[in-house]
Write a protein that binds this ligand. Structure first.
Ligand code: GLA
Length: 386
């Protein structure tokens, strides 16, 4: 649905013209499960967008409607729920709740959501809804926060209201991504650098069609294992606050002193931070072969050490090997399902996609979706048509 169609739909429903805000999903090129360890990531925004149309109401009601779901929700701004309802509206509501904590929303609103980011595919449909909603609510209050702060408050909504202890990566790149670029983010300082993606490659995203669930226990368990690693390692390195503070060399000195599971998890994070640095340099230099190698190494580490891959993700990675134009690929996002991201020469993407579909179906009996993407711009207010 285009922005103009969304406006029409809103006007038909509520009888007034809305403002429309858009935010994209993302794909992470490398740097997985590093963000909540204060580490480094290299995602980019993609062309799947969520749009939120909004107009004020004279009362203090919040009416939330989505064109993708039948349920509609009505809340009183002064009595918003404190925790998730387990419904699609949680991401919008969570943002409203967090904004209310900062400063009360002036008046109620009618809100219509249209999401295009595939749900449960590890492409951050939730961050896209949160960011678009935050911009929408802020526009009504005349509050203008800098984008990094918008990302932070959306993350807070997901952590405290939805109950998923996610890091800052998804919301940040949904806010600040730039077309044609990956964004290398320092998840502690939020300093970032835009790294141009060579024009002759595309990001081919292959959906295993197996949904992942972030609020599920495994994600939080990995976080706890990392925290445990920090506690153990601070016996030798008292100044450390997060795994980000441990170099590959320092880790090697004491890896053998850690319980085996904790050692494996920490090894992944420490190496993965280094891989992000190396991969950013390789990308900036146009060294796709090196970048591809690092993607493979990242996948193997997520599979063997961090244990967040799945049979389908592994198959999806393996069947890409040797195809013309393929530079490298890996699972992307939290894991346990969702998508792989592959770097493929621009002219080869169609045969690549066709062959992946065939091979994956032959091996699993599942028809996968394959999306050929380029890095897109982050969130925006869509003023056209007004
Ligand atoms: C999910 C989370 C992110 C990040 C990734 C793993 O996408 O939302 O914050 O932790 O998993 O890299």
């Amino acid at each position: 649905m285009t922005s103009t169609e969304l406006r029409r739909r809103f006007e038909a429903e509520f009888g007034v013209q809305p403002k429309v805000f858009a935010a994209p999903g993302r794909v992470n090129l490398i740097g997985e499960h590093t963000d909540y360890n204060d580490g480094f990531v290299l995602p980019c925004a993609i062309g799947f967008t969520t749009r939120v149309a909004i107009a004020p109401r004279p009362d203090r009601k919040l009416l939330l409607v989505s064109d993708g779901y039948h349920d509609r929700f009505e809340f009183d701004l002064d009595r918003l729920p404190h925790a998730r309802l387990g419904a699609w509206c949680d991401y919008v509501l969570g943002v409203a709740v967090v904004l209310q904590q900062i400063g009360p929303l002036g008046h109620g609103a009618n809100v219509l959501v249209h999401g295009e980011v595939p749900i449960g595919a590890g492409l951050s449909s939730s961050a896209a809804v949160e960011v678009a909603s935050a911009l929408a609510f802020m526009s009504m209050n005349g509050a203008i926060f800098p984008m990094p702060q918008v990302a932070r408050l959306c993350q807070r909504a997901e952590n405290t209201f939805v109950g998923a202890r996610v890091g800052i990566m998804d919301q940040f790149v949904s806010c600040l991504g730039k077309a044609g670029h990956a964004l290398r983010l320092d998840c502690r300082s939020l300093d970032f650098e835009l790294v141009p993606i060579p024009a002759n490659v595309r990001l081919v995203i292959c959906n295993t069609m197996v949904k992942h669930e972030l609020a599920g226990g495994e994600y939080n368990r990995r976080r706890e294992e990392c925290d445990e690693g920090v506690r153990e390692l601070s016996n030798w390195y008292p100044g450390i606050r997060a795994l980000r503070d441990v170099s590959v060399e320092q880790f090697e000195q004491h890896a053998g002193d850690l319980p085996v599971i904790i050692r494996m998890r920490c090894q992944h994070v420490v190496d993965e931070n280094q891989r992000v640095m190396d991969a950013s340099r390789a990308l900036a230099a146009g060294d796709l072969a090196r970048f591809g190698q690092l993607m493979r190494a990242s996948h193997n580490s997520l599979r063997d050490l961090y244990a967040v891959s799945s049979e389908e993700l592994d198959i999806m990675v393996e069947i890409a090997e040797g195809l013309p134009g393929y530079w490298g690929g890996r699972m992307t996002g939290g894991g346990f399902g969702g998508c792989t991201v592959n770097l493929v020469t621009a002219g080869e993407t169609d045969p690549f996609a066709a062959e992946i579909k065939k091979r994956y179906h032959d091996k699993t009996g599942i028809h996968p979706d394959v999306y050929v993407c380029a890095a897109a711009d982050g969130a925006s207010a869509e003023l056209n048509g007004r």
